[in-house]
Write a protein that binds this ligand. Structure first.
Ligand code: SIN
Length: 527
């Protein structure tokens, strides 16, 4: 078999899982391209753990039901079953390979609880350092087997004859490099960085969505963005996430008088679905009320939650007062590049995995701690599929020559301006008027012309802003199209009905469809 070049874009858990599995095969030449450095991913930041039905009295069917309930019944039932049914075996395999999860004094796995789970099924590693521990473990596994090239922002996917055959990347000196590939795997995370307050790494701004769209891939459900209710926020500045596991340990949300705010809002009170909690805190804050997490009942807080304790130290919050000031922030994109259960997109040769992908497992609202699980399960399935396909064909495709197009310098806004617009008009609460304002504002930057210009003429910074504009526009126009409230998408002009009978309809979009609908914003690439 001819050696296969596999380019993975991104360096989070999904990326490393694919790389680890592929690197077991001598015929696979795997390279990871990462935009800044390999420590920058949402996976590294993950505090909450991994949900898996491993406890004796639990089963995948119960995990399935909780996932569908949280997702407001718009999940893809097939891929959701794949996630929760295959999850436990993949976790057990990692444990066999040497990954340690937190245990009780008898050495039995400790299972935590988070919002909307009706069972204790969340595994942690190193307390609230789960992401760091897993990522270090995976980095060690792929060391010396997989090349990781840092400071390589992928600015274009090369598609020839309907097949993705490589990528163009740009570094901080604005030098471009072309990488030929038999398969390209997008593992770039979501788009939390489009908003002013986010739990995401600052590099996560929706590049993968924009790249896939430009390449002609089908996207789905981009209006569904989860806002995490509890970011540590002081004086308008966010210092990091305060994990839901803190509420799982008994912490409650209170106002300045110490009155609990969630008991009258939802039967699950502080552990209600995230959109419900985030909206309540948002409303309280609009009414001028600062909201706190009361952690006074949690013994050994600093031992159980070392990462959060360090955030508090940075923000000069004394945890001995028992109160941590919190505010919601953009956390997770449920939609993304539409894929099947093995990560294939609508463009041949192009895969997507992890948060950038929309397998449909999260529906309209992701269940807590299902995202690391997603990276592990679908990372393995993507790798298996690539290996299987590689056995079946030996075709070597050529990269066509790019013909640079000279255009005048492009006009782009600042990143901060995009974040302000998105936070104000496409955040926790949305209306048609607000979304229309955001759309008009985004369209003045002529996304169409910007994407038609040849990437070789753009700087790394310009391309990142063009990706932000594109993904922001896609989120806004998707949010306009969904005329209902569901999960992470709340339309003030279409509030929830009492009955909550939802049709299982996903909003999908493609460049071709958009071009047909609107010539003024049709995003035409160089192909
Ligand atoms: C958290 O720890 O609250 C976040 C976990 C998650 O989003 O799955």
């Amino acid at each position: 078999m001819i050696k296969k070049n596999i380019v993975i874009v991104g360096s989070g858990l999904a990326a490393l899982t694919v790389a680890d599995k592929l690197s077991e095969h001598a015929q696979m030449n795997v390279i990871i391209l990462t935009k800044s450095n390999k420590q920058h991913s949402n996976s590294v930041r993950a505090q909450g753990g991994i949900a898996a039905a491993l406890e004796n009295t639990d089963n995948w069917q119960a995990h399935f039901t909780d996932t569908i309930e949280a997702g407001c019944h718009i999940n893809n039932p097939y891929t959701t079953q794949v996630l929760v049914e295959k999850g436990p075996a993949y976790i057990e395999k990692l444990i066999t390979q040497g990954l340690s999860f937190d245990t009780n004094p008898d050495g039995k796995l400790l299972f935590g609880k988070e919002g909307a789970h009706l069972h204790r099924r969340i595994l942690h590693a190193g307390g609230d350092r789960t992401g760091k521990v897993i990522m270090q473990f995976m980095m060690n596994r792929i060391e010396n087997k997989v090349a990781i090239v840092e400071d390589q922002a992928v600015v274009d996917l090369i598609v020839a004859d309907g097949h993705c055959v490589g990528v163009v990347a740009c570094d901080s000196n604005d030098a471009h490099t072309t990488y030929a590939a038999d398969n390209v795997i997008l593992a770039t995370g979501g788009c939390g960085g489009l908003f002013e307050v986010t739990s995401n790494d600052p590099t996560i701004v929706g590049d993968g969505i924009a790249l896939a769209y430009h390449a002609g891939a089908t996207l789905a459900d981009l209006e569904f963005i989860q806002f995490h209710p509890t970011m540590l926020q002081v004086g308008g500045k966010a210092y990091g996430l305060v994990s839901e596991a803190v509420r799982g340990e008994g912490a409650t949300l209170v106002n300045a008088d110490g009155t609990r705010i969630m008991q009258t809002v939802h039967p699950l009170a502080d552990l209600a679905p995230r959109d419900v909690v985030a909206r309540e805190i948002h409303t309280q804050m609009l009414n001028g009320n600062q909201i706190y997490l009361d952690i006074s009942m949690i013994d050994d807080f600093a031992v159980k939650f070392p990462t959060i304790t360090s955030f508090c130290e940075k923000a000069s919050i004394n945890i001995d007062t028992g109160l941590i000031p919190v505010a919601p922030g953009a956390h997770f994109l449920m939609g993304g590049v539409k894929t099947n259960a093995v990560g294939q997109t609508s463009v041949k040769g192009l895969y997507a995995v992890g948060e950038v992908a929309c397998t449909g497992v999260h529906g309209a609202n992701r269940l807590a701690s299902n995202s690391l699980l997603e990276g592990i399960v679908f990372g393995n399935l993507v790798a298996n599929n690539i290996i299987k396909k590689a056995m079946q064909n030996n075709i070597k495709r050529q990269i066509p020559k790019h013909s640079p197009v000279r255009v005048s310098p492009i006009k782009v806004p600042s990143k901060q301006e995009i974040k302000q617009i998105m936070t104000t008009f496409a955040g926790i609460e949305r209306t048609h008027e607000g979304l229309e304002k955001a759309k008009k504002w985004l369209e003045q930057f002529n996304v169409k012309e910007n994407l038609q210009m040849h990437v070789m003429n753009c700087t790394k910074e310009q391309m990142e802003i063009i990706h932000m504009l594109t993904t922001a526009w896609l989120v806004v126009t998707s949010a306009q199209a969904r005329k209902e409230s569901r999960g992470g998408h709340y339309r003030k002009d279409y509030p929830f009905g009492d009955d909550k009978i939802w049709l299982n309809q996903s909003i999908i979009r493609s460049k071709e469809e958009d071009m047909a609908q609107s010539h003024s914003i049709a995003i035409g690439g160089s192909r």
